[in-house]
Design a protein around this ligand. Structure first.
Ligand code: ZN
Length: 211
């Protein structure tokens, strides 16, 4: 949703729904964990009021534990926390489950995959950042593919293996080949004149890869 036109948030959500999006991904930035700021609780609430789609709330926060309940109340279905600020993320996973939400784990490009691997099957979504988080519209870091491959190797069947950053026509097939099964696309979708057509194109690239 970071690529949305916030003056026409509901219109953009309708377009994504009509195109076939299964989950909406919301990037929350605190100006500390990442140098940038994005949006906060009122915007998550507004998105919640506008759609029935599950909301995947990606917490790029220095202290995610302080905000879990607030984002859950705002309507988050999935709450994803960064390994870089949660050395033992299982404590946060437990808290997220107690709130009735689904826990996810995220790692930044410089973080070795070994930091993530022990927790892959303790949560339901493992997200690999393929750009340095904090800004939209960056290019895809190909080193993330090896991370995804290694996560895929240890992950149970039902784990969502997600990739976030620089996903588009030129990168989505290789992310799928590496084992990703959930793709976060911002500008690659909302930046296009025909969102539905672009969604179909991206989907086709994944299907071709899995054939
Ligand atoms: Zn994100």
């Amino acid at each position: 949703m970071l690529a949305a036109d916030f003056a026409h948030l509901e219109r953009d959500i309708r377009c994504l729904e009509a195109a076939g999006a299964k989950i909406l991904h919301l990037d929350i930035m605190d100006g500390h964990f990442v140098p940038n700021l994005s949006f906060g609780i009122p915007v998550v609430e507004a998105v919640r009021r506008s759609t029935e789609l599950p909301l995947d709330v990606h917490l790029m926060l220095q202290k995610p534990q302080q905000y879990l309940a607030a984002f859950r109340r705002a309507g988050a279905d999935i709450l994803s926390v960064h390994i870089e600020v949660a050395p033992d993320p299982r404590v946060l996973f437990d808290e997220i489950r107690k709130l009735g939400a689904i826990p996810g784990l995220v790692s930044n490009p410089p973080t070795p995959v070994e930091a993530v691997l022990p927790y892959v099957n303790d949560c339901e979504l493992v997200l690999t950042m393929s750009v340095t988080p904090g800004f939209g519209g960056q290019t895809f870091d190909v080193r993330s593919l090896d991370k995804i491959r290694r996560i895929r190797r240890v992950a149970n069947e039902n784990i969502l293996i997600s990739v976030d950053g620089g996903i588009g026509e030129s990168t989505i097939a290789s992310a799928a080949a590496a084992g990703a099964n959930l793709f976060v696309a911002g500008t690659a979708l909302l930046g296009k004149p025909d969102i539905k057509k672009q969604f179909q194109l991206l989907k086709q690239l994944i299907v071709n890869e899995n054939d």
